[in-house]
Design a binder for this molecule. Structure first.
Ligand code: CP
Length: 302
């Protein structure tokens, strides 16, 4: 992993994923270690973020490194028309690793091809969000005791939700069964279904989850991604199709956990938050330890 960019979750083998999770557990046990002293991480966010940007910053700070960058490209020379190529070549001069979020699919791959320092993809359009996936897997492993043979329900915006695309690819290495629940307009794209077909993995598609959730090990809820719709009326039609409420969880497995990459809008009612099966805020905390593991592995200090 040392000096390698992380653009897609496919960049990591099953063994490498497990190594990151093992390391994340060590950082959870001892989060403050000055192993990044003298290192500079650049954080370039061309799209809004709360968790990804701040958990990366928290991870760097706890490891003794420094963060530079922007949370709004409008305050950078991108506003004057500077290209992504020139921005990356410049920032790579000032940093040891670049964490980058961009609205365009493929932007992180492009950056990794021109950059002299490793790029970590913090989300590129509707494509991939590999560091979210690693923290999701850490959360799944912690709560289920295993990653193998689980029944994963992916619910909501499966078309534009980059977190579900990365998670599907990663969990397919662990013989998962998938249940896709979405409105017709937001179904899992064919390329991911073909991906599972080629691996011989099972998946099912439903319009509604209430009749099936007793079988779930993980319910992975997602927000309808308003920013990816070109027609606001299309968004209005689907934005509230699924709202998970506490009373719906009665017949679920004891060990089932509800994950959500966050932010949520309406898809999980706040009455679910106190249910012991609601794990999404702890999941966001797990992001710090997982991102410590990713940074330390790529910079090569562990
Ligand atoms: N899960 C996630 O990517 O959240 P942010 O958009 O707040 O970073």
């Amino acid at each position: 992993m040392k000096n390698r960019s992380l653009v897609s979750i496919e960049d990591y083998s099953k063994d490498e994923i497990l190594k990151i999770l093992e390391l994340a557990a060590k950082f959870e046990a001892k989060p403050v270690q000055k192993i990044l002293e003298g290192y500079v991480v650049a954080s370039l966010f061309f799209e809004p973020s709360t968790r990804t940007r701040l958990s990366f910053e928290s991870a760097v700070n706890k490891l003794g490194g420094r963060v530079i960058g922007f949370s709004d490209s409008g305050s950078s020379s991108v506003k004057k028309g500077e290209s992504l190529n020139d921005t990356i070549l410049t920032v790579a001069n000032y940093s040891d690793l670049i964490v980058m979020r961009h609205p365009l699919e493929g932007a992180a791959k492009f950056a990794s091809e021109v950059s002299q320092v490793p790029i970590v993809n913090a989300g590129d359009g509707a494509n991939q969000h590999p560091t979210q996936t690693l923290l999701d897997m850490y959360s799944i492993q912690k709560t289920q005791g295993t990653l193998e043979n689980l029944n994963i329900f992916l619910i909501g915006d499966l078309k534009y939700g980059r977190t579900v695309h990365s998670l599907l690819m990663a969990m397919s290495k662990f013989n998962a069964t998938f249940n896709f629940i979405s409105p017709d307009e937001l179904k899992m794209p064919d390329e991911y279904k073909i991906y599972l077909d080629n691996l011989g993995l099972k998946y099912y598609e439903h319009r509604d989850f209430t009749g099936y959730i007793s079988e779930a090990d993980i319910m992975y809820m997602t927000r309808v991604q308003r920013e990816r719709f070109s027609d606001p009326m299309e968004y209005e039609k689907v934005k509230n199709v699924y709202v998970l409420r506490n009373h719906m969880l009665k017949n679920t497995k004891d060990n089932m956990r509800i994950l959500h990459p966050l932010p949520r809008v309406n898809e999980i009612n706040e009455d679910v938050d106190k249910n012991e099966k609601a794990y999404y805020f702890t999941q966001a905390l797990n992001g710090v330890f997982t991102r410590q593991a990713i940074l330390a592995s790529i910079i090569g200090v562990v």
